[in-house]
Write a protein that binds this ligand. Sequence first.
Ligand code: AMP
Length: 226
Amino acid sequence: MNILFFGPNGSGKGTQGAIVKEKFNIPHIETGVIFRDNISRGTELGKKAKGYIDRGELVPDDITIPMILDRLKENDCRDGWLLDGFPRNLTQAEELDKALDKEGIPLHIVIEIILDRQIAKNRIMGRRLCVNDNNHPNNIFIDAIKPNGDKCRVCGGDLKTRSDDQDEKAIDKRHNIYYDTETGTMAAINYYKNLSNKNGGEPKLIELDGRPGVKEVSTDLIAKLG
Ligand code: AMP
Protein backbone atom coordinates (compact mmCIF):
# COMPACT_ATOMS: atom_id res chain seq x y z
CA MET A 1 0.00 0.00 0.00
CA ASN A 2 1.45 3.36 -1.04
CA ILE A 3 0.12 6.22 1.05
CA LEU A 4 0.58 9.98 1.44
CA PHE A 5 -0.25 11.64 4.73
CA PHE A 6 -1.06 15.37 4.90
CA GLY A 7 -1.81 17.59 7.86
CA PRO A 8 -0.50 20.90 9.17
CA ASN A 9 2.32 20.86 11.73
CA GLY A 10 0.58 20.21 15.02
CA SER A 11 -2.34 18.18 13.63
CA GLY A 12 -1.14 14.88 15.09
CA LYS A 13 -0.03 13.56 11.73
CA GLY A 14 3.00 11.77 13.19
CA THR A 15 0.85 10.01 15.81
CA GLN A 16 -1.82 8.89 13.35
CA GLY A 17 0.86 7.94 10.83
CA ALA A 18 2.18 5.38 13.31
CA ILE A 19 -1.23 3.65 13.19
CA VAL A 20 -1.15 3.44 9.39
CA LYS A 21 2.39 2.10 9.50
CA GLU A 22 1.30 -0.67 11.91
CA LYS A 23 -1.82 -1.58 9.95
CA PHE A 24 -0.06 -2.07 6.65
CA ASN A 25 3.38 -2.94 7.99
CA ILE A 26 5.05 -0.36 5.81
CA PRO A 27 7.88 2.07 6.56
CA HIS A 28 6.80 5.47 7.90
CA ILE A 29 8.99 7.89 6.00
CA GLU A 30 9.00 11.33 7.62
CA THR A 31 10.98 13.96 5.77
CA GLY A 32 11.47 16.05 8.91
CA VAL A 33 12.81 13.02 10.83
CA ILE A 34 15.29 12.23 8.05
CA PHE A 35 16.55 15.81 8.13
CA ARG A 36 16.79 15.96 11.93
CA ASP A 37 18.61 12.61 12.00
CA ASN A 38 21.13 13.96 9.48
CA ILE A 39 21.57 17.14 11.52
CA SER A 40 22.27 15.22 14.73
CA ARG A 41 24.76 12.98 12.91
CA GLY A 42 26.46 16.04 11.41
CA THR A 43 26.20 14.79 7.82
CA GLU A 44 26.64 17.02 4.77
CA LEU A 45 22.89 16.80 4.14
CA GLY A 46 22.23 17.83 7.74
CA LYS A 47 24.56 20.82 7.45
CA LYS A 48 22.82 21.95 4.28
CA ALA A 49 19.34 21.52 5.78
CA LYS A 50 19.81 23.00 9.27
CA GLY A 51 19.51 26.70 8.48
CA TYR A 52 16.31 26.25 6.50
CA ILE A 53 14.73 24.09 9.20
CA ASP A 54 15.62 26.50 12.00
CA ARG A 55 14.06 29.35 10.06
CA GLY A 56 10.90 27.33 9.32
CA GLU A 57 11.59 27.37 5.60
CA LEU A 58 11.45 24.44 3.24
CA VAL A 59 14.73 22.76 2.45
CA PRO A 60 15.20 23.45 -1.29
CA ASP A 61 13.53 21.03 -3.69
CA ASP A 62 16.82 20.07 -5.36
CA ILE A 63 17.92 18.55 -2.03
CA THR A 64 14.59 17.19 -0.79
CA ILE A 65 13.09 15.63 -3.93
CA PRO A 66 16.04 13.36 -4.85
CA MET A 67 16.45 12.42 -1.17
CA ILE A 68 12.88 11.12 -1.01
CA LEU A 69 12.82 9.51 -4.44
CA ASP A 70 16.02 7.63 -3.47
CA ARG A 71 14.49 6.60 -0.15
CA LEU A 72 11.49 5.08 -1.96
CA LYS A 73 13.87 2.87 -3.94
CA GLU A 74 15.21 1.20 -0.81
CA ASN A 75 14.39 -2.44 -0.14
CA ASP A 76 11.97 -1.89 2.72
CA CYS A 77 9.71 0.13 0.38
CA ARG A 78 9.07 -2.76 -1.99
CA ASP A 79 5.72 -3.64 -0.42
CA GLY A 80 4.61 -0.09 0.17
CA TRP A 81 5.36 3.11 2.05
CA LEU A 82 3.79 5.88 4.02
CA LEU A 83 5.13 9.31 3.14
CA ASP A 84 4.67 11.98 5.80
CA GLY A 85 5.90 15.53 5.24
CA PHE A 86 6.34 15.06 1.52
CA PRO A 87 5.18 16.45 -0.83
CA ARG A 88 5.08 19.83 0.86
CA ASN A 89 4.50 21.98 -2.22
CA LEU A 90 3.07 21.69 -5.70
CA THR A 91 6.45 21.10 -7.37
CA GLN A 92 7.20 18.17 -5.06
CA ALA A 93 3.75 16.68 -5.78
CA GLU A 94 4.26 16.94 -9.52
CA GLU A 95 7.78 15.50 -9.34
CA LEU A 96 6.66 12.61 -7.14
CA ASP A 97 3.79 11.87 -9.48
CA LYS A 98 6.11 11.91 -12.49
CA ALA A 99 8.59 9.59 -10.78
CA LEU A 100 5.86 7.14 -9.72
CA ASP A 101 4.35 7.17 -13.21
CA LYS A 102 7.72 6.47 -14.74
CA GLU A 103 8.27 3.45 -12.47
CA GLY A 104 4.66 2.27 -12.81
CA ILE A 105 4.13 2.61 -9.06
CA PRO A 106 0.51 3.38 -8.04
CA LEU A 107 -0.52 5.78 -5.31
CA HIS A 108 -3.32 4.11 -3.33
CA ILE A 109 -4.41 6.46 -0.56
CA VAL A 110 -4.09 10.15 0.31
CA ILE A 111 -4.96 11.03 3.90
CA GLU A 112 -5.54 14.59 5.07
CA ILE A 113 -6.03 15.77 8.64
CA ILE A 114 -7.99 19.02 8.56
CA LEU A 115 -7.22 21.44 11.39
CA ASP A 116 -7.61 25.13 12.05
CA ARG A 117 -4.36 27.07 12.01
CA GLN A 118 -4.56 28.51 15.56
CA ILE A 119 -5.33 25.13 17.16
CA ALA A 120 -2.42 23.59 15.27
CA LYS A 121 -0.09 26.33 16.54
CA ASN A 122 -0.98 25.76 20.21
CA ARG A 123 -0.44 22.05 19.82
CA ILE A 124 3.01 22.51 18.31
CA MET A 125 4.18 24.62 21.20
CA GLY A 126 3.15 21.88 23.66
CA ARG A 127 4.81 19.04 21.78
CA ARG A 128 7.59 17.03 23.45
CA LEU A 129 9.77 14.42 21.74
CA CYS A 130 10.76 11.15 23.38
CA VAL A 131 14.49 10.55 22.99
CA ASN A 132 13.86 6.77 22.71
CA ASP A 133 11.10 6.64 20.11
CA ASN A 134 9.73 9.20 17.73
CA ASN A 135 6.37 7.40 17.79
CA HIS A 136 5.77 8.05 21.50
CA PRO A 137 3.44 11.05 21.46
CA ASN A 138 3.68 13.58 24.31
CA ASN A 139 2.08 17.01 24.51
CA ILE A 140 1.80 19.21 27.59
CA PHE A 141 -1.38 20.87 26.22
CA ILE A 142 -3.28 17.68 25.31
CA ASP A 143 -4.68 15.75 28.28
CA ALA A 144 -4.76 12.36 26.50
CA ILE A 145 -1.03 12.43 25.84
CA LYS A 146 0.31 14.53 28.71
CA PRO A 147 3.84 13.45 29.74
CA ASN A 148 4.45 11.83 33.12
CA GLY A 149 6.01 14.81 34.81
CA ASP A 150 8.98 15.58 32.59
CA LYS A 151 9.24 11.99 31.26
CA CYS A 152 7.73 10.17 28.28
CA ARG A 153 4.24 8.86 29.10
CA VAL A 154 4.90 5.64 27.12
CA CYS A 155 8.39 4.54 28.15
CA GLY A 156 9.54 6.98 30.84
CA GLY A 157 12.33 8.23 28.60
CA ASP A 158 13.67 11.76 28.63
CA LEU A 159 11.78 14.36 26.62
CA LYS A 160 13.09 17.18 24.52
CA THR A 161 11.59 19.98 22.47
CA ARG A 162 12.35 20.74 18.86
CA SER A 163 14.03 24.11 18.50
CA ASP A 164 11.69 25.02 15.64
CA ASP A 165 8.64 24.16 17.82
CA GLN A 166 9.23 26.95 20.33
CA ASP A 167 9.75 29.72 17.81
CA GLU A 168 6.44 31.37 16.93
CA LYS A 169 7.84 33.03 13.84
CA ALA A 170 9.12 29.71 12.53
CA ILE A 171 5.75 28.06 13.24
CA ASP A 172 3.92 30.83 11.38
CA LYS A 173 6.28 30.43 8.44
CA ARG A 174 5.69 26.67 8.34
CA HIS A 175 1.93 27.24 8.45
CA ASN A 176 2.14 29.88 5.71
CA ILE A 177 3.65 27.18 3.53
CA TYR A 178 1.07 24.56 4.55
CA TYR A 179 -2.06 26.69 4.10
CA ASP A 180 -0.88 28.19 0.80
CA THR A 181 -3.32 27.03 -1.89
CA GLU A 182 -1.31 28.55 -4.76
CA THR A 183 2.00 26.71 -4.54
CA GLY A 184 2.21 25.30 -1.00
CA THR A 185 1.04 22.11 0.67
CA MET A 186 -2.68 22.84 0.18
CA ALA A 187 -1.89 23.18 -3.52
CA ALA A 188 -0.29 19.71 -3.40
CA ILE A 189 -3.39 18.32 -1.63
CA ASN A 190 -5.66 19.88 -4.26
CA TYR A 191 -3.45 18.35 -6.94
CA TYR A 192 -4.24 14.88 -5.55
CA LYS A 193 -7.92 15.71 -5.13
CA ASN A 194 -8.09 16.63 -8.81
CA LEU A 195 -6.15 13.51 -9.74
CA SER A 196 -8.53 11.35 -7.74
CA ASN A 197 -11.58 13.01 -9.32
CA LYS A 198 -10.12 12.48 -12.77
CA ASN A 199 -9.20 8.84 -12.11
CA GLY A 200 -12.51 7.67 -10.68
CA GLY A 201 -11.46 7.81 -7.02
CA GLU A 202 -7.84 6.68 -7.35
CA PRO A 203 -6.00 7.48 -5.16
CA LYS A 204 -8.64 7.05 -2.46
CA LEU A 205 -9.03 10.26 -0.43
CA ILE A 206 -9.48 10.08 3.34
CA GLU A 207 -10.29 13.30 5.19
CA LEU A 208 -10.08 13.43 8.99
CA ASP A 209 -11.35 16.13 11.34
CA GLY A 210 -8.26 16.88 13.48
CA ARG A 211 -10.14 18.76 16.25
CA PRO A 212 -11.15 15.87 18.53
CA GLY A 213 -8.65 14.01 20.74
CA VAL A 214 -6.01 11.60 19.47
CA LYS A 215 -8.20 8.52 20.16
CA GLU A 216 -11.24 9.88 18.29
CA VAL A 217 -9.14 10.80 15.27
CA SER A 218 -7.54 7.33 15.32
CA THR A 219 -10.97 5.66 15.46
CA ASP A 220 -12.12 7.72 12.47
CA LEU A 221 -8.92 6.90 10.61
CA ILE A 222 -9.17 3.15 11.25
CA ALA A 223 -12.84 3.11 10.16
CA LYS A 224 -12.06 4.97 6.95
CA LEU A 225 -9.07 2.79 6.11
CA GLY A 226 -11.53 -0.14 6.18
P1 AMP B 1 8.48 18.44 10.05
O1 AMP B 1 9.14 17.52 11.00
O2 AMP B 1 7.63 17.71 9.05
O3 AMP B 1 7.75 19.55 10.73
O4 AMP B 1 9.66 19.12 9.19
C1 AMP B 1 10.61 19.94 9.81
C2 AMP B 1 11.30 20.80 8.78
O5 AMP B 1 11.99 19.97 7.83
C3 AMP B 1 10.39 21.68 7.93
O6 AMP B 1 10.01 22.87 8.59
C4 AMP B 1 11.28 21.93 6.72
O7 AMP B 1 12.29 22.88 7.01
C5 AMP B 1 11.95 20.58 6.55
N1 AMP B 1 11.14 19.73 5.64
C6 AMP B 1 10.36 18.67 6.00
N2 AMP B 1 9.74 18.14 4.93
C7 AMP B 1 10.14 18.88 3.87
C8 AMP B 1 9.85 18.85 2.48
N3 AMP B 1 9.01 17.95 1.95
N4 AMP B 1 10.43 19.79 1.68
C9 AMP B 1 11.29 20.69 2.19
N5 AMP B 1 11.59 20.79 3.48
C10 AMP B 1 11.03 19.90 4.33
